[in-house]
Design a binder for this molecule. Structure first.
Ligand code: GLU
Length: 370
């Protein structure tokens, strides 16, 4: 039996708030007890928990989840402190100290922030503290709009060098069809490879309270397994589910780790939705693919889509060949104005010094076999 040393457990809104939309304190307490029990077995645990929006809605007396992002962010700001206080108290009752980490995907693309978060987390584990993690909803909206912290949990699992990611949800795992609609749907206990067919089994995002659903869980599993972290999707409503997993009982759907990708940046290639395309010439394709270089304005021949600074875009080589992806330093409008120019000429057009369109630190080249 595999002995896990470090696990990341992710609980979504449907688990922590239940159908009523109010924070389910009994379930949170049971979760805290399971975390404490894993700690007693000597396992490092990080808990990625949603519920800030649900806690905020409860506090503000809101019946339905707000639809606009700014209100969601504001509600999360109200709820996050309450959520953390609840976990601090409940874990504290079990003799475990909690520490809060609020992270964004952005933090993981910037090397210095990435390293800082990694070091902080390492130190927390060394101190026996359980990091309780959420998206920093004040400044980021990825998980609010789509994901409910699923991607964040996968990135944290990679960042923390976890040997297991546990995604707790309100079904037993991934089924051959939607079990709420098809009685003959069966649970998949193991998925060797996340193919397009597997992804389509996950359906579309759903649920009124959260922004995730099975789709974003399978996407998160994909991010985790490609960074070498096996993942299990299991039923968070079951008492003792974490212990069952640690005991090696066959629960949920297990996704073994695939090959480790070379770069910690791999998630840009898988985890982000792209907002546009930059077609590049042969020279730029070579610089990016073979020499690990940045993408400069001079090599761009066409800009498609409407994207802003920091958005993820596809890089397309000659012959319409996808080369990779990266986060742009320019919005689409500026990119169109400076494409084809040498970096030194950019200031004549934009009135400010030019830089690479995609810096190599935030650029991922697809492997030939991807
Ligand atoms: N960070 C958000 C929260 O904690 C994500 C959950 C969601 O999208 O519902 O509430």
């Amino acid at each position: 039996m595999k002995r896990y040393e470090r696990i990341v457990i992710k609980v979504g809104t449907t688990i922590i708030a239940g159908e009523s939309g109010r924070i389910d304190r009994d379930r949170a307490r049971s979760l805290a007890e399971q975390v404490a029990s894993a700690r007693r077995r000597g396992v490092d645990v990080a808990l990625v928990s949603s519920g800030a929006i649900a806690a905020g809605m409860e506090k503000l007396g809101m019946g339905a989840r707000p639809e606009d992002v700014e209100t969601l962010q504001a509600v999360a700001a109200v709820g996050q402190g309450l959520l953390l206080r609840m976990y601090t108290d409940m874990l504290g009752d079990c003799g475990v100290t909690a520490g809060q980490l609020l992270l964004t995907q952005h933090d993981m693309t910037h090397r210095q922030q990435y390293l800082n978060a990694r070091r902080t987390m390492g130190r927390l584990f060394a101190m026996g503290v359980v990091p309780v993690i959420n998206e920093n909803d004040t400044v980021a909206t990825e998980e609010i709009t789509f994901g409910d912290n699923d991607t964040l949990a996968a990135l944290v699992a990679s960042l923390a060098d976890a040997d297991l990611l546990v995604l707790l949800t309100d079904t037993e795992g991934l089924y051959t069809a939607n079990p709420r609609e098809h009685q003959d749907a069966t649970l998949l206990d193991r998925v060797e490879c996340i193919t397009g067919d597997i992804e389509s089994l996950a359906g579309e995002p759903g649920s009124e309270l959260s922004s995730g659903g099975m789709y974003s869980k399978v996407q998160a599993a994909k991010v985790a397994v490609t960074s070498g972290v096996p993942t299990v999707i299991a039923d968070g409503r079951k008492t003792g589910i974490v212990s069952d997993i640690l005991d090696g009982k066959p629960v949920g759907t297990y996704f073994p780790a695939s090959r480790r990708v070379r770069s910690k940046k791999h998630w840009i290639g898988y985890a982000r939705r792209t907002r546009g395309r930059l077609s590049v010439d042969g020279g730029a394709a070579k610089a990016v693919e073979d020499e690990g270089g940045s993408l400069l304005p001079a090599g761009v021949v066409e800009v498609e889509g409407e994207f802003g600074v920091g958005d993820c875009v596809d890089i397309i080589g000659p012959g319409d060949r996808p080369i990779g992806r990266g986060l742009t330093s320019y919005g689409a409008g500026e990119a169109r104005r400076i494409m084809g120019l040498r970096t030194g000429e950019v200031s004549d057009v934009l009135g400010e010094e030019g830089c690479e369109i995609i810096h190599r630190d935030v650029l991922v080249v697809f492997d030939g076999d991807d």
